[in-house]
Design a protein around this ligand. Structure first.
Ligand code: PMP
Length: 401
């Protein structure tokens, strides 16, 4: 007997559970398109060469010790991370208006930011896009915020519901927090254009809506680190305040190292100092201080211009392979004469294609073709290769005909 005898079995995580099911499938043709992690053409996980080099440098440095980091993490990592996302010439950085703390990847940065807002911000409601990454509502609810959604995706056009988005932000109470995907919106792959971002920015600033950016894919979407952060920089350039959750999981392939940062751009240097002091009070009882290794890798790469350049090339190669998979899948469906308009496959941006397949079609493809994806029809383009595209195209064709 157990004091936990009455405990119900919890359901698998809707995203990570896909991999659990995939791993149990003995079929030799199985394909996992559920997980949001990069794979090579050969279907293997990739450790960037520049990351291996950074690890060698760290390993060969005998003065390195395993002491605790400060509560806020590695100071140099924090500085370099803010520069990477906001730009080296960012006035907010030069005016010391940015408080940055190292957190446990993107998820941890969102959680620390959410808890800070729940304690210290006057408005407790956060609006998240409909749909969004499945963890967002849970992270923010457990942070102590009230979660509501704004219209984002229009299934009819498989594009942005821009009118609905503007209407919902217009009717949100002044001061509300708005979660924005900096680029490569997950799961839809649909981003606003620069012109649309500008309209969103104007509306949000006019209503004092507080932007909370989630940047999980900087450089991974277009292949350019600067281009993928244009939306964010527009909101910094206007001098207003915002929160930024930054992840190195995808763009440096550091998934399991859990390395990321939360930056809060403040109105003044004086406020930034107090914000940082309060962030420490959020972090200390949660996990005391963040892990050392991943942040050391990132700092080693970002501080050295030659290694930084190598990183940008490797990052672009990953982005380009994903973009090429989009084209190959689109071409394969076209050559099969698969009914429907599949142009969204090449229009969408980032790691995922929101196929438009429904949950029955997804179940059919798993059953008959051993292809695994989330039930909303999202496929990870990073998990595809020239070898698996024909199999996927056959499965999609069979599912829709
Ligand atoms: N936000 C979004 C939109 C994501 O897609 C992800 C990763 N799937 C994350 C945040 C967090 O990822 P991590 O905690 O691994 O950095």
């Amino acid at each position: 007997s157990s004091v936990f005898a009455a405990l119900a079995q919890a359901p698998e995580d809707p995203i990570l559970g896909v991999t659990v099911a995939y791993n149990k499938d003995p079929s030799p043709v199985k394909v996992n398109l559920g997980v949001g992690a990069y794979r090579t053409e050969e279907g293997k996980p990739l450790v960037l060469n520049v990351v291996r080099r950074a690890e060698q440098i760290l390993l060969n440095n005998p003065s390195r010790v395993k002491e605790y980091l400060p509560i806020t993490g590695l100071a140099e990592f924090n500085k370099l991370s803010a520069k990477l996302i906001f730009g080296a010439d960012s006035p907010a950085i030069h005016e010391n208006r940015v408080a940055t703390v190292q957190c446990l990847s993107g998820t941890g940065s969102l959680r620390v930011g959410g808890e800070f807002l729940a304690r210290h911000y006057h408005e407790r409601t956060i609006y998240i896009p409909q749909p969004t990454w499945g963890n967002h509502p849970k992270v923010f609810t457990l942070s102590g915020l009230t979660v509501k959604s704004y219209r984002y995706y229009d299934p009819a056009t498989r594009g942005l519901d821009f009118k609905g988005l503007l209407e919902d932000l217009s009717s949100a109470p002044s001061g509300s927090i708005i979660l924005l995907h900096a680029c490569a919106h997950n799961p839809t792959g649909v981003d606003p254009t620069i012109d649309e971002w500008e309209q969103i920015r104007k509306l949000m600033r006019s209503k004092s809506l507080l932007p909370f950016f989630d940047s999980a894919y900087q450089g991974f979407a277009s292949g350019s680190l600067d281009k993928d952060t244009q939306s964010v920089r527009m909101f910094v350039a206007d001098g207003g305040e915002l929160l930024m959750a930054q992840s190195y999981a995808k763009n440096m392939g550091l998934y399991g190292e859990r390395v990321g940062a939360l930056s809060i751009v403040c109105g003044s240097a004086d406020v930034a100092v107090r914000v940082e002091s309060q962030l420490k009070l959020v972090i200390r009882p949660m996990y005391s201080n963040p892990p050392l290794h991943g942040a050391s890798i990132v700092a080693t790469i970002l501080r050295n211009s030659e290694m930084f350049n190598e990183w940008t090339l490797e990052l672009k190669a990953m982005a380009d392979r994903i973009i090429s998979m989009r084209q190959q899948l689109f071409d394969a469906l076209k050559s099969r004469g698969t009914p429907g308009d599949w142009s969204h496959i090449i229009k969408q941006i980032g790691m995922f294609t929101f196929t438009g397949l429904n949950s029955e079609q997804v179940a059919f493809m798993r059953q008959e073709y051993h292809i695994y994806m989330t039930s909303d029809g999202r496929i990870s383009m990073a998990g595809l290769s020239a070898r698996t595209v024909p199999h996927l195209a056959d499965a999609i064709h069979a599912a829709v005909t």
